[in-house]
Design a protein around this ligand. Structure first.
Ligand SMILES: [Zn+2]
Length: 297
């Protein structure tokens, strides 16, 4: 009998991250396949939008806005991931806040048209601000604008696999794409095993996790296999609201200055624990991803 675990699934960088081509037909079919996996596995999910990615020639591209509508019509929720994906560790707070507000221009009315309010915020790069002053001022700003932070406890290099997968498909190498996809799920299982252990070390019990993934071609093909692996490990899929009712999420923020560190890793570091070294991404996956993969997150 596997242990009972729970996880909330989130997707960043909507309307899409790594894809082999960005024509409307490819994006539409990728989005529908991904959402189909979520519906089949009965996974609640929140998708976090970078509205800068909606724009072409200075205007929101209706085909890309339609992708966001597809998420809403399939019953999923959208959140704000800023307009242009800046780092709160690297830009001044006022610049960051202006970018965040610019990032709700399209999404807020879309949510309202579905009778919902825009209420989740996800930090780009998971950067929470370098100083306690910035973190506290930003928390006040979020509260004033009706946002709640969507933390991440299961951080991972899925985006490197996704960049590799999209590049292999773009080059027509389906065999390489399959090898990359086949390596993805076992990699994620090691990532989860580490997060489970770190939660046990820190809290003495399992916690409901929050996983960050991206809206990409890799998950459009492999999310079903990922969900099956998680169920096999004893996971059920819960909403972000439900995950955050756990007292673990009342823990104070970590130092915030470490690139891509999850909340769980930050809490562990605060408590004097050293988070595990992330499992390595296989060399052939890194090669396929190329240098472009190291910009995104
Ligand atoms: Zn992002």
């Amino acid at each position: 009998m596997p242990a009972q675990h729970a996880v909330s699934i989130t997707f960043d960088d909507l309307p899409y991250a790594a894809v082999p081509a960005d024509d409307p037909a490819t994006l539409n079919s990728m989005t529908r396949r991904l959402l189909q996996h979520l519906q089949t596995a009965q996974v609640p999910a929140v998708g976090f939008v970078n509205e800068a990615k909606l724009y072409r020639e200075g205007q929101p591209d209706p085909a890309r806005v339609e992708l966001l509508r597809t998420w809403l019509e399939a019953g999923f929720e959208l959140g704000n991931h800023t307009y242009s994906h800046p780092s709160l560790n690297r830009v001044p707070l006022d610049v960051f806040q202006a970018d965040l507000l610019q990032g709700e221009t399209v999404t807020r009315p879309l949510m309202q048209s579905e009778g919902r309010s825009l209420r989740w915020f996800r930090h780009p790069f998971l950067h929470q601000g370098r100083t306690a002053e910035v973190r506290s001022a930003f928390q006040d700003f979020l509260a004033a604008h009706g946002y709640r932070v969507a933390p991440v406890t299961v951080n991972n290099s899925e985006w490197v696999f996704a960049a590799a997968y999209a590049r292999a498909l773009a080059q027509g190498d389906e065999d390489a794409a399959r090898r990359i996809g086949t390596a993805y799920v076992p990699y994620m299982e090691v990532v989860f095993a580490q997060a489970e252990q770190l939660a046990l070390d820190l809290f003495g019990r399992p916690i409901p996790h929050v996983l960050v993934l991206h809206a990409n071609a890799l998950n459009a093909e492999y999310f079903g296999a990922l969900a099956a692996m998680l169920r096999q490990r004893g996971y059920r899929f819960i909403s972000l609201d439900d995950a955050l009712t756990d007292s673990a999420y009342a823990s104070p923020a970590g130092s915030g200055g470490i690139e891509g560190e999850s909340w769980l890793e930050g809490w562990a570091r605060n408590a004097g624990l050293r988070p595990h070294q992330s499992p390595p991404v296989p060399g052939f996956v890194r090669q396929w991803a190329g240098p472009a993969a190291y910009r995104g997150y």
